[in-house]
Design a protein around this ligand. Structure first.
Ligand code: RUB
Length: 314
């Protein structure tokens, strides 16, 4: 078999996802669908089986970039599963249409989540968010557009400080936003009378557990203690059919130099897990584009959305 060589643009996307220049489960998913589409478009021979092999290998390479977010795998699944055609050109056209459909639906989903989620926000509420989640930001911005006079606390989100992005994005839209260090969450929830927490998701499991940026589960515990609602904003392609088959989510551990330079700490070990799991019992609702659901309804949603594809794998 011919050696598979990916075009430069495709290799660049792999690198951008791996190095987190493209980050956040939704953006990763859309970049993935676009990369698959462009990979198909780059093929200029006339062998359909060879094109399919190229796409499967491309999909494998994409899956290796970041391992926790199911959005990446679902983007591949939803782009390639529906693709078909008897000729190379038909197949390429169909991959293009499926990828475009996925990207369009995914952007629309974020908008819808914003509208649904905003209904859980009252005028003058103080909110808290963690990391940088487009779906959570959509909710906050929608509430702001509806002229609810909200205030938002955004956690810094060590070690990558994605909270800086959140704070800037919200400030640019005119939202009253305050940046805090991660360890200030419990103090701030009490001291500022925070009314609700909104976070995103990388993966939602069939038992309702949500995998999101490290620290999310601690915030959920604090919200539980303070008896304020903890909402997860997640498009349906963040739900994991794999979890229904018993697969555990792999928690990505990144280079420890993201935390500190180990050379400055002789005989000290480091760990840098970048996601954690929040159990269903600490989640009040998951806001999806198909509706606001209890985390305990995750199983049904996965069955409905992915039931027919469940046996599909690369
Ligand atoms: C980002 C993160 C976000 C989710 C949801 O982690 O945990 O909360 O991906 O984001 P990282 P969105 O920065 O490591 O990718 O709502 O934008 O899909």
């Amino acid at each position: 078999m011919k050696k598979i060589v990916f075009p430069d643009g495709f290799n660049e996307t792999l690198k951008e996802i791996h190095t987190m220049r493209i980050r956040g489960a939704g953006k990763i998913a859309r970049a993935t669908a676009k990369a698959i589409k462009e990979l198909a478009e780059s093929y200029d021979e006339d062998d359909l089986e060879e094109l399919k092999t190229l796409l499967i290998e491309g999909a494998r390479a994409l899956l290796n970039t970041r391992q926790t977010a199911i959005s990446l795998k679902n983007a591949i699944r939803l782009t390639l599963q529906g693709a078909g055609g008897k000729t190379v050109n038909e197949f390429k056209e169909s991959v293009k249409n499926e990828a475009n459909r996925f990207i369009k639906n995914s952007l629309k989903a974020v908008e819808t989540i914003g509208i649904y989620g905003s209904k859980r926000i009252e005028d003058s509420d103080t909110l808290l968010t963690h990391c940088n989640s487009s779906a959570s930001i959509a909710v906050i911005i929608q509430a702001h557009k509806e002229e609810k006079k909200i205030r938002v606390f955004a956690t810094e989100t060590r070690p990558w400080n994605q909270g800086y992005l959140t704070a800037r994005e919200l400030a640019e839209k005119g939202v009253d936003v305050t940046l805090i260090v991660d360890s200030a969450v419990r103090y701030i929830i009490e001291d500022e009378d925070v009314k609700a927490v909104f976070v995103g998701a990388d993966t939602v499991c069939s038992n309702g557990a949500v995998i999101n940026k490290i620290g999310t589960s601690q915030i959920a515990l604090v919200a539980h203690e303070a008896r304020i609602p903890f909402y997860v904003c997640a498009e349906t392609y963040k739900f994991s059919p794999e979890s229904l088959r018993g697969e555990l989510v792999k928690i990505e551990e990144r280079d420890v130099r993201e935390i500190a330079n180990p050379k400055n700490f002789p005989n000290v070990r480091f760990r840098n897990p970048v996601f954690d799991a929040t159990p269903a019992e600490y989640i009040d609702a998951i806001i999806t584009e198909k509706g606001v659901i209890s985390p305990h309804a995750a199983y049904d949603l996965i069955e409905k959305e992915f039931g027919e594809m469940i046996e599909w794998s690369l």
